[in-house]
Design a protein around this ligand. Sequence first.
Ligand SMILES: C/C(=C\CNc1ncnc2c1ncn2[C@@H]1O[C@H](COP(=O)(O)O)[C@@H](O)[C@H]1O)CO
Length: 256
Amino acid sequence: MSAPTGSNIPRRFKKQPYGGWKKDTPAGSTADARLLDTQRSSDFTHTDPWRVMRIQSEFVQGFDALSDIGPAISVFGSARTKPENPHYQSGVDVGRLLAEAGVAVITGGGPGSMEAANRGASEAGGLSIGLGIELPFEQGMNQWVGLGVDFRYFFARKTMFVKYAQGFVVLPGGLGTLDELFEAMVLVQTSKVTQFPIVLVDSAFWSPLLAWIKDTMVAEGLVSPGDLDIVQIVDTPEEAVALVMSGKAGLRVAEG
Ligand SMILES: C/C(=C\CNc1ncnc2c1ncn2[C@@H]1O[C@H](COP(=O)(O)O)[C@@H](O)[C@H]1O)CO
């Protein structure tokens, strides 16, 4: 292989006396000097390398806040469910039953079904956790969150939902709920997590989705028939909590 000629090296790199290329630094400048320079522009905080530090800090912050919570179940569902909607009461009941079973309840910390599950857990004296997400419109954590952690990045937050829970309960929801559900399904399908119950509440809402997966995806050979067993559908909070608790024990994270 021939040595790089420079024609394909980005302009900010400079040819070095030893023949190679290194990122250029302003003449007379050193890393120390740049660090200590009070006049320096803060534009660099919007660059990707700087973002990596922020992303890293979100993981550290999440691991730090959640490492001691004990057994927990993540509950997902629509941000738009109003308190008068029956799905809201289901969320409250799921949160309460989980708390009574001695497990912490983790939600996205927002309104709707998230609020409902946090409310049920909190009213029952359980640990009610909200993993908030920064959104373009100011939202804030719902008032029933006891332990709250804020995230800028969805992917860091989603890691926490899985890492610190032993199963998912999924109430009816929209795209955000489907995103969380399908991420969990893929993690189970690919054996990234094992013994991880995923329970969908409300058969009238979820059955058509499962039927489509079966009739279209399985029929076209895009999904194995056995993959349908990754999720279970129930109709009551009692069934949901019984199921998710029955799969809670044991090793669930594949090594490696
Ligand atoms: C849309 C509204 C508020 C959005 N606020 C949210 N706060 C926290 N988490 C959210 C929010 N919106 C979506 N999520 C996450 O996705 C799931 C719900 O999304 P869906 O599209 O409503 O199904 C939920 O589990 C969260 O993790 C206006 O009120």
